[in-house]
Design a protein around this ligand. Structure first.
Ligand code: ACO
Length: 363
């Protein structure tokens, strides 16, 4: 077998290991446990694009053992086996698919045809479609597209944008939306807050902000939490008069108020007014949020959303779950590069819960 290094911390005490992977910083992790427990009720087939990776395999070991998901591993079979053996990982009876060895011509061409049908008027030839099926992001997404798997996890070792393009091409966006967006759940000492868009749309137009808000609201409701949404900027309720993000946010809020009058969403506002309802109420009592603290934050652009969550997460201010990809037709999630094992596990649980809501998944 191929050598990959010394064994890294084989598990001696599963209960202790479970605890270590479950809680952190004394932050209340009820929400995380609820997501994992929901996943366990009906574990789904999750394809891992980057199975020849130690941390990914550690997460795979955990989700098998805990009954959170039924993993399908993509990658070099020898390398995966070597990693499992050398690190004494408890992974048995799992389907491993090596794109260069264990895929039949039949399956490859069946998948290629589907991709070709979707992309032939966007410049893709049939030969190119066949070639793409040697790429784990295309192949894995295609397994979900055809219903041969229920969800897909990728992104651990590569650039987010490279991983998301295949998913957009193979799976695509839900009919009623024009945009996908990424959400992070931050479990803080004051409870969970939901942040979007943290991963996809660089300079969102007002309608993109609207899509992101609606997608996020739906996601928050899935956790039985009523979304109280603040659309953030560096200005409050029209105070800034120039061009730029406050104006786009203000425009998005206008559309939201017209089209979704029941949604508790308002802005533009600064983050301190969003998170401190009493403070806001004194100065802006007319806001739809009343004197409530916002629990859902919509950022004016990708820079602010991405930077904000990474600061909070890295400084230890919050346990982060994400990025939860919203708006895809099927459960596809792209990890942040170099995710921790716990982050991968939580994303798998989210993906399984997502898949449970898709009719007709599972064999
Ligand atoms: N929502 C839905 N569909 C989209 C979106 C979107 N936000 N963006 C592009 N698409 C569609 C396009 O319409 C296109 O469809 P088509 O080919 O069928 O006509 C398809 O996806 C591919 O589009 P491209 O033009 O190849 O992609 P584009 O250059 O627009 O890039 C991408 C899309 C990759 C998402 C880009 O917006 C991007 O790079 N975003 C930033 C990603 C990033 O770096 N995030 C930060 C790091 S992530 C992290 O920290 C965890």
């Amino acid at each position: 077998a191929m050598k990959t290094g010394v064994a890294r911390n084989p598990i001696k005490n599963w209960t202790a290991y479970k605890q270590e992977l479950s809680s952190r910083m004394g932050i209340d992790n009820k929400l995380i446990m609820a997501i994992r427990n929901k996943a366990k009720q009906e574990p789904k087939r999750v394809v891992f694009a980057e199975a020849n990776n130690f941390k990914v395999l550690k997460a795979v070991q955990f989700v098998i053992r805990e009954g959170i998901a039924r993993p399908v591993l993509l990658g070099n079979e020898e390398k995966i086996k070597a990693l499992i053996e050398e690190n004494q990982l408890q992974i048995e009876n799992v389907t491993v698919i090596d794109l260069f060895k264990s895929v039949s011509d039949d399956q490859r061409h069946r998948y290629a045809k589907i991709l070709y049908e979707k992309r032939r008027r966007k410049g893709m030839t049939y030969d190119e479609a066949v070639e793409k099926m040697y790429n784990r992001d295309y192949f894995g997404a295609m397994m979900v597209e055809t219903g041969e798997a229920d969800a897909f996890i990728s992104g651990f070792s590569r650039k987010y944008s490279d991983t998301i393009r295949p998913a957009l091409q193979v799976i695509g966006v839900k009919e009623q939306f024009n945009h996908i967006a990424g959400m992070y759940i931050l479990i803080t000492k004051k409870g969970p807050i939901f942040l979007a868009d943290t991963t996809v749309n660089m300079d969102p137009a007002p309608q993109t902000l609207v899509d992101t808000t609606i997608l996020t609201a739906a996601e928050v409701q899935k956790f039985n939490i009523i979304p109280r949404i603040a659309l953030l900027s560096y200005s409050n309720f029209g105070a800034f008069k120039g061009n730029g993000s406050p104006v786009r946010v203000k425009e998005a809020v206008k559309i939201l108020h017209e089209k979704y009058p029941d949604l508790i969403a308002d802005g533009e506002m600064q983050a301190n007014y969003a998170l401190n309802g009493k403070l806001r109420y004194k100065r802006y009592p007319f806001s739809k949020l009343g004197d409530n603290d916002a629990n859902t934050l919509i950022f004016p652009n990708l820079s602010s959303g991405n930077i904000c969550y990474k600061i909070l997460q890295t400084m230890g201010a919050a346990e982060a779950i994400g990025p939860v990809l919203m708006g895809m037709k099927k459960p596809i999630h792209i990890l942040q590069r170099d995710s921790s094992v716990r982050e991968i596990i939580n994303m798998v649980a989210i993906a399984v819960v997502d898949a449970q809501a898709v009719p007709g998944t599972g064999e």
